[in-house]
Design a protein around this ligand. Structure first.
Ligand SMILES: [Zn+2]
Length: 237
């Protein structure tokens, strides 16, 4: 009996630090952005930069004259600073997706502060620009995240599609991208397949589908939100 009570106590403590804050913050917090409140769609890409897929994505975005937000893993940014500079030069906005792609569930407050500020320092030294956007990997928060990220604007999403799986890209991604179209929408896609649970070559299929989507959406007059315009209006930093 004592073991069961201790077990329940431990489970409760873990839940109070991880899952419950995540549900609460994502449902109620005014500190996170879940829509741009602007006309059009905002495209965001997580988990890069990746030397194989990110350049192809940048080429595609350039073709359609669309600017996006890249939530990058700072350790990978250190390995490929030229890709970060290219994003910046082509008008994209760069945000933080931790130094390594780790869930906040498994971080003490001190570890999370280190992940955030090390990433900020790396990205600012590459870009010579203030970096203020943050998206925690897997959308996981812990009880200390809001306090730790007090100086950052946290951006979540309206639509996430499972594009880290090849099968999803091949079967339902195109339809999902069309169905989720609405003003203020924030889309999450992934330009790297090396994250735990992802298929390595999923970005190749995502890119193919995104190309089809952009071609069709543009023909139908779909507007895309420029992240710099949104930032100027909504992010005070
Ligand atoms: Zn991620």
């Amino acid at each position: 009996m004592k073991k069961i009570i201790l077990g329940l106590g431990a489970f409760g403590s873990v839940a109070c630090y991880t899952v419950l804050p995540t549900i609460f913050i994502r449902t109620f917090s005014k500190r996170i952005v879940k829509t741009t409140s602007q006309n059009g769609l905002l495209l965001t890409f997580d988990d890069g930069p990746n030397p194989q897929y990110t350049p192809l994505l940048l080429d595609l975005l350039k073709t359609y004259k669309i600017n996006a937000v890249f939530f990058v893993v700072a350790k990978k940014a250190l390995q490929h600073p030229e890709l970060i500079r290219r994003m910046q030069a082509e008008g994209h906005v760069i945000g933080i997706h931790h130094y390594t792609h780790q869930s906040s569930f498994f971080m003490t407050p001190a570890m999370q502060i280190k992940q955030l500020f090390k990433s900020k320092q790396i990205l600012e030294s590459i870009t010579n620009e203030h970096v203020s956007l943050y998206r925690p990997p897997w959308g996981h928060f812990n009880a200390a995240t809001l306090k730790n990220a007090n100086n950052f604007q946290i951006m979540m999403w309206t639509s996430i599609f499972g594009d880290w799986k090849v099968q999803t890209c091949k079967t339902s991604l195109l339809q999902q991208l069309h169905q989720a179209r609405c003003d203020g929408a924030i889309y999450v896609l992934h330009d790297c397949g090396q994250t735990f649970g992802a298929d390595q070559d999923a970005p190749a299929h995502m890119l193919q589908t995104l190309h089809h989507f952009l071609e069709q959406a543009m023909q139908e007059g779909q507007a895309f939100t420029n992240p710099h315009d949104w930032k100027r209006q909504y992010v005070h930093s």
